[in-house]
Design a protein around this ligand. Structure first.
Ligand code: G3I
Length: 335
């Protein structure tokens, strides 16, 4: 068989991809996955809302299907995720009478959730994103003012790691976040992770999501981030890599009527240069890096096609809409 990313990077780190059960039913996508990748992350199916929709019911089907596929093809699996402010079922924060739960009850529910999910896939999922995006985007705050934080204060973070470690002592446990290379946010994440390490909380690594663009991050920002987290004794992974061809627009949700979404030659050239640079840095920093995962398979489908601007086609990955390798792919495997 033709070589793929996983083969070129065999002596460096696993190369993963985010998948849905729909992709695993599509023969062309399956062929590309098996040629290129040796690790999977469920894009949505292990999040608390999808997998635990009611207090008394787990929806294991889609997550099981992804894990079974991985086992059948000897792929690693990263579990994503155990505690987040999005895609979280509302029942978890409510008493039967509709009032807000106490801290003790919420931590008990978090424990029971993590225990059930982690034990079900024990030995089949090698790494978990335990806590996702707990740091605020507002520099005036430290932690995000989520329901988890409002009810539990910061304790939910350490507890989530302890619960996951108890359920599977061999799983590699990550804190995962975005914009991790922006110096100010990086510093707050560093403070959080240092505090957890100092308190002997069982955390093994930090996930840099890697939702990047044609201008971000800079080489220096990326190196500094990897080395600073690495110096804490943490493993570093890029967990959700894509390179958007648009600048980030926080507050725009709709495409303008006259707006073109052409994938211009200039975008392609810049994107190729970004991918080339990022993988050069990953190889240089290989003593800290233990995995790179792409967020979606090809430009045929990306979460960025609907977010933040609905209906604006993005082209953020290494394979085009026909699943053919792009120029960026050839730069990533040339070293
Ligand atoms: O499954 C429902 C469907 O039943 C319903 O009809 C439809 C209508 O909205 O929604 C479907 O759910 C969508 C789900 O993706 C599955 O496609 C949700 O609306 C949509 O919000 C959800 O988006 C996901 C997003 O996380 C949620 O915040 C994206 O697919 C997923 O790529 C994205 O992934 C996150 C990572 O987990 C964490 N880091 C950021 C990253 C990108 O936002």
């Amino acid at each position: 068989a033709e070589k793929g990313l996983k083969d070129y990077y065999k002596s460096y780190f696993p190369i993963g991809v985010a998948v849905s059960t729909r992709a695993l039913k599509n023969p062309a996508e399956v062929a590309l996955i098996l040629q290129q990748f040796n690790s999977l992350t469920p894009e949505n199916d292990m999040k608390m809302g999808p997998i635990h929709p009611d207090s008394t019911r787990y929806n294991w089907g889609p997550a099981d299907a992804i894990v079974d596929f991985a086992q059948a093809h000897q792929l690693k699996v990263r579990g994503h995720n155990l505690c987040w402010h999005e895609q979280t079922p509302r029942w978890i924060f409510k008493n039967p009478d509709g009032s807000q739960v106490s801290k003790a009850r919420l931590l008990k529910r978090l424990h029971d959730h993590i225990d059930a999910v982690v034990k079900r896939y024990k030995g089949k999922i090698y790494a978990w994103d335990v806590v996702n995006e707990a740091i605020s985007d507002n520099p005036q705050e430290f932690l995000r003012n989520s329901d988890w934080y409002k009810i539990c204060g910061e304790d939910f973070i350490a507890e989530a790691f302890r619960y996951a470690h108890a359920a599977d002592p061999t799983a590699v446990l990550f804190y995962n976040d975005y914009n991790t290379e922006r110096p100010e946010k990086m510093e707050r994440i560093y403070q959080l992770l240092k505090k957890l390490k100092d308190a002997k909380v069982p955390i093994d690594g930090v996930g840099l999501q890697g939702h990047w663009s044609l201008v971000e991050p800079t080489e220096q920002e990326l190196r500094t981030t990897i080395e600073r987290f690495g110096s804490l004794g943490l493993k570093v992974q890029v967990t959700e890599l894509d390179v958007s061809v648009y600048p980030w627009e926080k507050d725009r949700r709709a495409k303008r009527p006259d707006e073109s979404d052409a994938y211009t030659a200039e975008m392609q050239t810049k994107q190729t240069a970004q991918y080339k640079l990022f993988f050069k840095v990953f190889r240089d920093e290989a003593k800290y890096m233990t995995g790179i995962t792409f967020w979606n398979i090809s430009d045929h489908y990306s979460w960025l096609d609907t977010y933040p601007v609905a209906g604006r086609k993005n082209h953020p990955l290494l394979f085009d809409e026909q699943l053919k390798p792009k120029a960026a792919y050839y730069e990533v495997v040339k070293f």
